[in-house]
Design a protein around this ligand. Structure first.
Ligand code: AMP
Length: 439
């Protein structure tokens, strides 16, 4: 299987070769022909699967096959965060480097005027966060009457972040006849209802079972008291000689505090979250990528869409409020076929969050205690899966102790058998608003 055998043009194939891609990833194998056929697509894909190229390559080819002379944009890609939007735009620019295609990215948190100037010049592909795009529309800086293709990237996250109203407003302004592509890591009922109103007889593309975590990622839980978490993290970084670790905290404040403590401990660290300016975030990320900073501490929303190649290690310093975010977080490691390790430092007060995650991913995560860090408060984490697997299984109400998903929920239609959606959702609503404030 090669990119050219999927029907991509020589210019696009050359651009993928320049990137060092040898074969299309599974999502690309499915999505590229589907998008090329002009049909709507609904894809379940996490970050790290190669989904961006999965929709960008065929989209570029379709635009090139039918050149127009208007001001555009002809393709509109909506993404939840500035980081993801910037990254998707980088991909568009890379993949279209041998084509005359013009593209731009717009997002909030930076001056609007330069973005208005860019739009005035005309372009083919526009990558945008929904809020800023609506601002630009209201200021007459962009029109949607030439849009032929709409992509919603990480649609679940856009809903989590409260963009549904902007998205609906934008949808209402688009020409009725267009191709729609929806990508989402998880499929809640909200996403399904959005998809139902948006997509017309979509091709469904799925590479991993819904809400299951990447198989290549080794996951474990370290039971530890809250007060000992920082010391344990320092020890793990040192003992394992980790040179590049992404650490998740629940709040911005927590991210700052942890960064400071690690620095005091002699471990280089930087924080990335919503209170930081775009410049500070970009700087932290590039220092981390270059290896000048060993630990990058991030909140969920800030980390969304970070493209860090072959990140071997992710640590959940605190579990996320929303179980789906666990799946997103660990999607940061083991990317593009590499194996990775995700470990979670879990204190007794997070027992419920852990149970919610294990229910969602249909796996019992192995517990590992570290000598000297055994928790005093360990109630919800015992008994350990190893010591008494039968008990652990019945306690969690499923047969996931062997580390394999139970195997339902592979199709988009219908609800999975486990019935966790209801519970996950109500827990999620609460968690999401809490998280929006904090990240
Ligand atoms: P994405 O899921 O789109 O965020 O892509 C994850 C990473 O995989 C990015 O760093 C891409 O550059 C890389 N990638 C995408 N497609 C391929 C491919 N076919 N072979 C190798 N790497 C790829």
């Amino acid at each position: 299987m090669s990119f050219s055998s999927l029907g991509l043009s020589e210019q696009l194939v050359r651009a993928t070769t320049d990137q060092g891609y040898e074969t299309p990833s599974p999502i690309q194998q499915q999505a590229i022909p589907a998008v090329l056929s002009g049909k709507d697509v609904m894809a379940a894909a996490q970050t790290g699967t190669g989904k961006t190229a999965g929709f960008t390559l065929p989209l570029l080819q379709r635009l090139a096959a039918n050149p127009r002379s208007g001001k555009g944009p002809r393709a509109l890609i909506l993404a939840p965060t500035r980081e993801l939007a910037a990254q998707v735009h980088d991909s568009v620019a890379l993949y279209s480097k041998y084509m005359p295609t013009k593209s731009a990215v717009v997002f909030g948190g930076v001056k609007i005027n330069p973005q208005m100037m860019k739009l005035r010049k005309g372009l083919d592909v526009l990558v945008a966060t929904p809020g800023r795009l609506m601002d630009l529309y209201q200021q007459n800086a962009v029109r949607f009457n030439e849009v032929e293709v709409l992509v919603l990237d990480e649609a679940d996250r856009m809903l989590d972040m409260g963009f549904i109203r902007d998205i609906r407003k934008i949808l209402a302004l688009l020409p009725a006849k267009r191709q729609n592509l929806l990508f989402s890591a998880t499929f809640s009922n909200d996403i399904r209802s959005l998809a139902q109103g948006l997509l017309n007889d979509p091709v469904q593309v799925e590479v991993a079972a819904r809400n299951t975590t990447a198989e290549k990622v080794k996951q474990s839980v370290y039971p530890v008291d809250q007060s000992q978490k920082t010391a344990l993290l320092s020890k793990l970084v040192r003992d394992n000689a980790w040179e590049q670790v992404l650490v998740f905290t629940r709040t911005k404040h927590g991210a700052n505090r942890l960064t400071k403590k690690l620095e005091q401990d002699g471990i280089t660290a930087a924080a990335i979250h919503g209170n930081k300016s775009q410049g500070a975030r970009t700087r932290a990320l590039s220092e981390f990528k270059q290896g000048d900073v060993r630990v990058l501490v991030a909140t969920d929303i800030a980390a969304r869409g970070l493209d860090i190649k072959q990140l071997p290690q992710v640590v959940n310093f605190e579990l996320p409020n929303v179980p789906e975010d666990y799946v997103h977080r660990i999607g940061r490691t083991g990317r593009a076929g590499e194996s990775g390790h995700a470990l979670s430092l879990v204190s007794a007060d997070e027992g419920k969050l852990l149970a919610g995650i294990e229910k969602l991913i249909k796996k019992q995560l192995p517990r590992r205690e570290v000598e000297g860090f055994e928790p005093k408060n360990n109630l919800p984490l015992k008994p350990k899966a190893k010591a008494d697997p039968a008990k652990a299984r019945s306690r969690n109400g499923r047969g996931g102790a062997n580390g394999k998903p139970a195997g339902d929920g592979r199709s988009f239609g219908g609800r999975p058998g486990g019935g966790n959606n209801g519970r996950g959702r109500s827990g999620g609503q609460r968690g999401r608003s809490a998280q929006r404030q904090s990240a």
